[in-house]
Design a protein around this ligand. Structure first.
Ligand code: ISL
Ligand code: CA
Length: 560
């Protein structure tokens, strides 16, 4: 058992813009977060991951950084940030910062210089190419619709931007860029932070020929072959580890798009000297069709189990999993994988999913509001949406003649603003998030779903999370036990066994509203049982051999 604090931790993600506004301008900020630290302490989380708070023109809500060593005015000052770090540390919590270095903002001083002339000393900080036959250098599409290249008439060349045109990709081939990044990381680490979440870190190395991607002529294509886990990715991460990370006791989690467990093992393998864990996207893809995330397709439990089991097994004993069911880029977990159609079903299904999140092998990541069972939102008009990914897609699909209703439905199920509506603190005006007008409308269900209600109600999802977090602290097996799926073919129940030495942990989850029967395989022997947690009352006398599970029922037993 390779004990590590970051394996035993539960992480809570804060999306600062939507967490808590302290000064009535409608935008969440650092003082707002500080005012809610006791709430986080009550919940019991160990680490806070703060989405970007750096200076930014906010084309992509802070994921476009114009100064890596300054705080965004709207969020506060560096003194506020120091106070936040201190407030967390005083309460025994840690802080990890978002590191966004695949790209910067086009308003970063480096890019302002870079675009000035072909011989500017900063030219090679970014990826510039001449056009081809009066068009872009290649056919790559951006993650946010349209071409991945933007023409700059000043020097008659194009620059690469895998995300928005205000997010030019940094040129990691240039050793000066790498040194700047390492120095900046060191600056933050010396301030006492406890690690980094690294934005799309597996895209930083580009195959240098920048070849066209395969696919039909005249359409932009996903160029992933040339930049997903690119040729020098492991060299760069090992260098970063050697130069910076290895000098501190910190945790790292890389956001890695399109990776398989085999790829992941190279990033997180014990002796690789790269990262502690990665966020994988395979599970987030089970409800997408062949043309991508907006091609909404119903998910199946078979796929869900197959993907989770594959990752659990592949990294066991070598790497370490991160566990998440939603974040600021994904729809709300309870709306997507649970059931938000009534308060009762929302409550039990939110708890069932929470049980999964905390009892798999890996480090759980809770996204703000998940612990309240916050849901997706359906704004009537596209005007109410703010996310650049949504707005660009809407524009592109509308221009292509797609019907408005279908476009809106795909936004309702997959749009990133589902996760970004402000945190619901109480049933008062604007859900207690702000005294002003929130930057993104509040979900109208805040009177029913809010933190005050949840903290006051012992049967709430919030209290269930608190209990799960405590259990992880009390039982090593929940953190370190090996994973084995049970009754894999069952299309309604997800059950698995964790084992550590002589101990076993049995987790049984009914993933649907219909009742279901679970029969424990005869091969599992035990002489004693202890129910650790369930989202229903369980009679004192009952048999584990046959369980009749109610809607979304979840049970966790320790077996001896
Ligand atoms: O949001 C997505 C799911 O559709 C992805 O395309 C997402 O853009 C990708 O996972 C990368 O995400 C990260 O980098 C982006 C930023 O917009 C996201 O918020 C961030 O998490 C660019 O920095
Ligand atoms: Ca504010």
């Amino acid at each position: 058992m390779d004990r590590q604090w970051w394996k035993e931790s539960v992480v809570y993600q804060i999306y600062p813009r939507s967490f808590m506004d302290s000064n009535g301008d409608g935008i969440g900020d650092l003082q707002g977060i500080i005012s809610r630290l006791d709430y986080l302490k009550t919940l019991g989380v160990d680490v806070v991951w703060l989405s970007p708070v750096y200076e930014s023109p906010n084309d992509d809500n802070g994921y476009d950084i114009s100064n890596y060593q300054a705080i965004m005015d709207e969020f506060g000052t560096i003194e506020d940030w120091e106070e936040l770090l201190q407030g967390l540390h005083e309460r025994g919590m840690k802080l990890i910062m978002d590191l966004v270095v695949n790209h910067s903002s086009d308003e970063h001083q480096w890019f302002v210089e870079s675009r000035k002339s072909k011989d500017n000393p900063y030219r090679d900080y970014y990826i510039w190419r001449p056009g081809k036959d009066g068009r872009e250098p290649n056919n790559w599409g951006s993650f946010f619709s349209g071409s991945a290249w933007e023409y700059d008439k000043n020097t008659d060349e194009y620059f690469l931007h895998l995300f928005s045109r205000k997010q030019p990709d940094l040129n990691w081939e240039n050793p000066k860029v790498r040194q700047e990044v390492y120095d900046m990381m060191t600056w933050w680490l010396d301030k006492g932070i406890d690690g980094f979440r690294m934005d799309v870190i597996n895209l930083i190395s580009k195959e240098q020929q920048l070849l066209d991607a395969e696919g039909p002529e005249g359409q932009y294509q996903f160029g992933g072959k040339s930049f997903v886990n690119g040729p020098r990715i492991h060299e760069f991460l090992q260098e970063m580890n050697r130069e910076v990370l290895s000098k501190y006791d910190v945790m790292t989690v890389g956001e890695t798009v399109e990776v398989t467990p085999e790829d992941a093992a190279l990033f997180v393998g014990k002796d690789r000297g790269e990262l502690n864990m990665v966020f994988q996207f395979e599970l987030m893809g089970i409800d997408s069709g062949p043309s991508g995330k907006w091609d909404v397709t119903p998910w199946t439990l078979a796929d869900f189990k197959r993907v989770v089991s594959k990752w659990q097994t592949a990294l066991q004993g070598n790497g370490w999993n991160s566990l998440y069911l939603n974040n600021h880029d994904q729809p709300r977990m309870v709306s997507r994988f649970g059931n938000d159609s009534s308060p009762e079903l929302r409550n039990v299904s939110g708890k069932m999913l929470a049980t999964l999140l905390h009892t798999l092998q890996g480090t759980p990541y809770i996204y703000q509001g998940e612990e309240l069972g916050m849901t997706n939102v359906r704004f009537e008009s596209i005007e109410d949406y703010k996310d650049i990914e949504i707005l660009n897609m809407h524009k592109e699909y509308t221009a292509a003649g797609r019907d408005e209703k279908t476009i809106m439905e795909s936004i309702y199920s997959k749009g990133r603003d589902n996760a970004r509506t402000p945190m619901q603190w109480n049933s008062g005006p604007q859900a207690g998030f702000t005294t002003g007008t929130p930057w993104l409308p509040i979900n109208p269900n805040y009177k029913e779903i809010n933190a005050d209600q949840a903290v006051a109600d012992p049967n709430s999802i919030f209290h269930y999370y608190k209990r799960l977090i405590e259990l992880r602290k009390q039982h090593d097996i929940i953190v370190y036990g090996d994973y084995q799926i049970l009754r894999e073919e069952d299309d309604q129940i997800y059950a698995y066994l964790r084992s550590l030495g002589e101990e076993k942990l049995l987790v049984v989850l009914n993933f649907f509203e219909a009742p279901a029967e679970f029969v424990l395989p005869d091969s599992i022997h035990f002489s004693g049982q202890e129910l650790l947690i369930s989202n229903y009352e369980i009679p004192a006398e009952h048999s584990l051999r046959h369980m009749n599970l109610r809607p979304y029922e979840a049970r966790v037993y320790k077996l001896q």
